[in-house]
Write a protein that binds this ligand. Structure first.
Ligand code: S3P
Length: 423
């Protein structure tokens, strides 16, 4: 599907963004291995989350969608063998988290994904899971399709090379099947939804700076969970309202977990006008309403510890930088190369087509802002975050922009264009 977008003067309105993708995946996966029912309210109805549901169903879990909710009838820690291949679609979270559970099962499972997922590195979870005792074979020891034979697992002390919540969560799940205390240490703190939710389900996970101390429990308990709005989806409107003159947008009920709010810190540091109101806690997660008014952004440097706190927002931050005064440098973001697309490369090449002054570096990009971009024909590279970021860039581009392959927005935000039209 091609999406045609016209230049827009300003956006105004009050919106909700859909449920958080990371939290929805976890509620379904953790609910599946808990005992009793888990009611997931306001889940994200997107392709990635349906991939998770389909995989868990193939492992014998009864999962029903009723209106805006999902009811997961937990099977406990041990699931049924699947006689069919599990297909994680486009979703790295689905594949990596489920591998942690499969490592502790008494059977073998075959996992695959779409063309993008088959290119994403799995050795980051294969290596520690093998150390724990699982038997895994994969293409070049790294890529799906892969098979995983579960086993009685040994507890390990594991230092991850990258700050990745997917790796950490995979190992936290495997630790439930281990014979003792597993310790996971990351270079920087990645998103901590698994720590919060697994403890809410009766797990025993202690946090000590960048270390997670995982003690196995005999069971998890199904719970009711309300999914807050996804700050990664809110990010597109945070930037749109910031860069379009005379704009004002309120986004209600957004998750503002510190491990996810790098985008707010960055836009504020660039001179953005953002207010956080009505803060409260929902199932161990902080939420609030976010109010954004237009402002004159200026270029900054973004690197180090903040990168994992905004890893999925770098494509839209690149768009903000393309309209900011002066130079923006993004460093230490090499992880972007192994996302749904190589996001350094795809964002640089597509924004260049619109006339942006942007250069690819080894671990990020350098951007000199301009007053306007030009409408052009650009490609999403089947990456949902690239499609949505380019759509926001199109709002301040002279003339018409066509986004090729825009249907990939269904991966995380099926109503993205509807909401954009409302504003
Ligand atoms: C996610 C973690 C991040 C993020 C992804 C979702 C999660 O990946 O990019 O979209 O739900 O755990 P990494 O943890 O591999 O950086």
């Amino acid at each position: 599907m091609d999406m045609v977008i016209n230049e827009k003067r300003c956006i105004k309105g009050i919106i909700n963004v859909p449920g958080d993708k990371s939290i929805t995946h976890r509620a379904i996966i953790f609910g599946s291995i808990a005992e009793g029912d888990t009611l997931v309210k306001g889940f994200l109805k997107s392709d990635d989350c349906y991939s998770t549901m389909k995989c868990m169903k193939k492992l014998g879990v009864d999962i029903k969608v009723v209106d805006k909710n999902v009811i997961v009838k937990g099977k406990g820690l041990y699931l049924n063998e699947s006689h069919d291949i599990l297909d994680a679609g486009n979703s790295g979270t689905t594949m990596r988290l489920i591998m942690g559970i499969l490592a502790g099962q008494k059977f073998k499972t075959v996992l695959t994904g779409d063309e993008s997922l088959k290119r994403r590195p799995m050795n980051r979870v294969i290596k520690p899971l093998t150390e724990m005792g699982a038997k895994i074979s994969a293409i070049d020891n790294n890529y799906a399709p892969l098979t995983i034979q579960g086993n009685k697992l040994k507890s390990i002390y594991y230092k991850t090379k990258v700050a990745s919540a997917q790796v950490k969560s995979c190992l936290m799940l495997a630790s439930l099947y281990a014979d003792g205390e597993t310790i996971i240490e990351e270079p920087y703190k990645s998103r901590n939804h698994s720590e919060l939710m697994l403890n809410y389900f009766g797990g025993n996970f202690a946090v000590d700076n960048n270390r997670i101390i995982c003690r196995p429990v005999s069971k998890l308990y199904g719970r009711e969970i309300c999914i807050p709005g996804d700050i990664s989806s809110a990010a597109y409107f945070i930037v749109a309202a910031s860069i379009l003159p005379q704009s004002e947008v309120m986004i209600k009920d957004v998750n503002i977990n510190y491990t996810r709010t790098g985008i707010i810190d960055v836009i504020k540091k660039m001179g953005g006008n953002i207010l956080i109101e009505n803060e409260r806690v929902l199932n161990s997660e902080p939420i609030a309403d976010i109010i954004i008014k237009s402002s004159n952004l200026k270029g900054i440097e973004i690197c180090g510890e903040i990168i994992p706190r905004l890893i999925d927002e770098i494509p839209i931050i690149a768009v903000a930088a393309a309209f900011a005064d002066g130079k923006t440098v993004i460093k230490n973001a090499e992880e972007l190369k192994v996302k749904e697309s190589n996001r350094i490369n795809t964002m640089v090449s597509e924004l260049k087509k619109m006339g942006a002054d942007i250069t690819e570096t080894n671990d990020g990009m350098v951007i000199y802002g301009k007053e306007y971009l030009n409408g052009a024909v650009v490609n999403s590279h089947n990456d949902h975050r690239v499609a949505m970021s380019l759509s926001i860039a199109a709002l301040r581009a002279k003339g018409i922009t066509t986004i090729k392959n825009a249907e990939c927005t269904n991966i995380s935000y099926p109503d993205f264009y509807k909401t954009l039209n409302v504003l």
